[in-house]
Design a protein around this ligand. Structure first.
Ligand code: 13P
Length: 250
């Protein structure tokens, strides 16, 4: 059976000291909460990985990106091997902010996915449509293209290391959440795509997260949907209490 996950994506927020403090708070809250119905992950900036790793044990660690090259003369880049060497278990790839602001294409993301998996990282792969794309009714096509183009070259064994995150761009940081029904519709569509490609078992075993203005007040309704297996949380992951309000929504 698939795993439920609540993952924070801190984005470009917090100094190392602040991040360490936040991670400490999340770890102790998770510990205090006892048995949870989901895995908890914090996605943190590269600079924070090693220090945050020291603070967490139950909570798992993710990077927010990795390079599309193995190693070498790529000033300022951070490779998948470097990320893995910090003890991180996951890497978030394909976030719409990276696709949009840093021109990460489907092809570039394919390289990143391969390097992440080759270095033993699990991938939280983001996909999602813009408001215009939804208005024009092409949201299903956009998501299909993103998933097929960067992931469907993988064999079933490799694909088992992928978590999908559906993040409608119009719901990110806007306070406007997709309704639970809108999210469920896309999640079911994605699971259908996976079933067609890899068979029903793998599709049923794949965790599909929702991201976009997810908060304690709407998490329970989203997570109650049959194909929504948790959340990728931006703003609300920056306060331990809010983040825990989502973690405990299961
Ligand atoms: P918000 O939760 O701030 O809308 O961000 C969602 C997101 O982009 C997570 O990756």
């Amino acid at each position: 059976m698939r795993k439920n996950i609540v993952a924070g994506n801190w984005k470009m927020n917090t100094t190392v000291a602040e991040g360490v403090q936040l991670a400490r708070e999340v770890e102790s809250a998770v510990k205090a909460a006892g048995e949870l119905k989901c895995e908890v992950i914090v996605g943190v900036p590269f600079t924070h990985l090693t220090s945050v790793k020291q603070e967490i044990n139950i909570v798992k660690l993710s990077a927010e990106n990795c390079a599309d090259h193995k190693s070498g003369a790529y000033t300022g880049e951070v490779s998948a091997a470097m990320v893995a060497s910090t003890g991180a278990e996951y890497v978030i790839l394909g976030h719409s902010e990276r696709r949009g602001y840093y021109n990460e294409t489907i092809e570039v993301l394919k390289e990143k996915v391969d390097l992440a998996l080759a270095n033993g990282l699990k991938v939280i792969f983001c996909c999602g449509e813009s408001l215009d794309e939804r208005k024009n009714g092409v949201h299903f096509d956009v998501i299909k293209k993103e998933i097929e183009g960067s992931l469907f070259h993988l064999g079933a064994e490799a694909f088992a290391k992928i978590v999908i995150a559906y993040e409608p761009i119009w719901a990110i940081g806007t306070g406007e959440t997709a309704t639970a029904e809108q999210a469920q519709e896309i999640h079911a569509f994605i699971r259908g795509l996976l079933a067609e490609k890899y068979g029903n078992q793998l599709a049923q075993d794949t965790t599909i997260l929702y991201g976009g203005s997810c908060k304690p007040s709407n998490a329970a309704e989203l997570f109650a949907k049959p194909d929504i297996d948790g959340g990728l949380i931006g703003g609300a992951s920056l306060k331990a209490a809010d983040f825990m309000g989502i973690v405990t929504a299961f």
